[in-house]
Write a protein that binds this ligand. Structure first.
Ligand code: ADP
Length: 423
């Protein structure tokens, strides 16, 4: 018998019928036992590992694992191999009882439960009473049990495969839905953006007054933000399904970085930030997709601006190391804790409580969807490259800064599967 701590004896009752669970629990609690219940076999096994019961009562015909299978597992588990397991069954046939015993049960109690007899039966099993199978039929019953297990295993695997296929189908439907809706949104969003820009050009000439200009500017910024969000969703879903379509050509990084710096310079000026790039004029071209590489890098620069307070500096450097292009986007911002340095590349991962996000896209700690780094990571991976971040940790006072490193192969072709897809 396993040693039990002082105090009431623990009994675990595994039963999928809630009425039976309540009834047995009440009867045995009234007898002074500490009764734990589980609705199914798997939960019961987990509970048994935790509480080390003095006795396990289990229903036989349950959904999921049957009582016999639970008994077999309990007898294999270190924590419970000596614990008496009692099957509760309505099956009165001798063969059913014998199968329960060869499966690992030490006895059985028939259902419906006899309220008056139950405490005495439990007491007997706790005192060491055990049922036995005749040696003559044991081998035969074991064989029958093994056959049942085989059939159940096959049916369970078939069910799981079916469920898995169904999940895949639904996942594909969800991904397709995201791609289709984002594309549907992109068309009108691009149109709106174009017309607002036109409107702005006209109003700039007509001098409609500060208030009007301010309204047009706000619509322009909001539309740009909506476009960026739609683009990020499209890119993430393409990356997710390995459908990012890269057009690989030799890319002049100096051009790419210069265009990013030019684009971000007004924002950096507004924030009194210094934005600089190293001399890239002597760099050889890298094989890749210029548009996607621009996107990947500008996400990093966007973030660097966002997470660096006014007056800080942001640098973009590039150098060739053997057959690899090494790019670094560094900032003098708030930094990133080591524990978060891998997770920030996951989808929708944002460190700040969104309630604290300020609304501007480039304002200090301005809000984002948590997709920028996922997109950048996906693009770099599709180029056969690597990306990681190096920072001492997050500190709003000390501002340790962050350094995002990208390694791009100079020779290896762009990853094959990334080019297969149709958009
Ligand atoms: P978001 O669109 O919210 O900026 P990202 O995927 O670009 O999402 O970034 C994920 C998170 O990583 C950000 O919410 C931010 O907390 C952190 N992060 C990214 N870049 C930096 C950086 N340069 N400095 C500090 N934190 C950063």
């Amino acid at each position: 018998m396993p040693t039990q701590p002082l105090g009431p004896l623990k009994i675990l009752y595994i039963e999928d019928d809630s009425n039976s669970r309540r009834l047995v629990q009440r009867i045995l609690q009234a007898e002074g036992y500490e009764v734990h219940v589980a609705e199914d076999g798997l939960t019961g096994l987990e509970l048994a590992r935790q509480i080390h019961p003095a006795l396990v009562l289990t229903d036989v015909n349950m959904g999921g694992m049957t009582g016999h299978e639970v008994a077999t597992r309990l007898k294999e588990m270190q924590e419970t191999k000596h614990t008496p397991v009692i099957a509760m069954t309505a099956n009165m046939l001798q063969t059913d009882r014998e199968i329960a015993l060869v499966a690992g049960c030490d006895g059985y109690i028939t259902k419906p439960i006899d309220i008056d007899a139950l405490p005495g039966q439990i007491e007997q099993f706790l005192a060491g009473a055990r049922e036995h199978v005749d040696a003559g039929v044991k081998v035969q019953r074991l064989e029958e049990y093994r056959n049942t297990l085989g059939v159940r295993l096959e049916a369970t695997i078939a069910d799981l495969q079916h469920a898995n296929n169904e999940l895949r189908r639904m996942d594909k439907m969800k991904k397709d839905f995201v791609v289709i809706t984002s594309h549907e949104l992109r068309t009108p969003a691009t149109l709106i953006y174009g017309y607002i820009k036109l409107l702005k050009m006209e109003t700039d000439q007509l001098s409609m007054g500060e208030h009007f200009d301010m309204i047009v500017d706000k619509i322009l910024t909001a539309t740009q933000r909506m476009n960026d969000a739609v683009d990020a969703i499209i890119n993430v879903s393409l990356i997710d399904s390995e459908q990012l379509e890269l057009t690989a050509k030799p890319v002049d990084l100096q051009d790419v970085v210069q265009s990013i710096v030019q684009q971000m310079q007004p924002v950096a000026l507004q924030r009194s930030q210094k934005l600089y790039m190293s001399d890239m004029s002597a760099l050889p071209p890298v094989p890749g997709d210029a548009n996607y590489l621009r996107k990947a890098l500008s996400n990093l620069v966007d973030n660097a601006v966002k997470y660096t307070p006014d007056g800080g500096s942001i640098g973009i450097e590039a150098s060739v190391e053997f057959d690899t292009m090494h790019l670094i986007v560094s900032d003098t911002g708030i930094g990133i804790n080591r524990a978060d340095q891998e997770r920030i590349f996951e989808k929708f991962y944002v460190l700040e409580d969104s309630a604290y996000h300020s609304t501007g896209r480039s304002t200090f700690m301005g809000g984002g969807m948590g997709l920028g780094l996922t997109v950048t990571h996906g693009i770099i991976r599709a180029h056969g490259g690597r990306i990681w971040v190096d920072s001492e940790g997050q500190d709003m006072e000390r501002l340790p800064g962050s350094r995002f490193h990208i390694m791009l192969p100079m020779t290896a072709p762009v990853k094959r599967e990334a080019t297969l897809a149709e958009k």
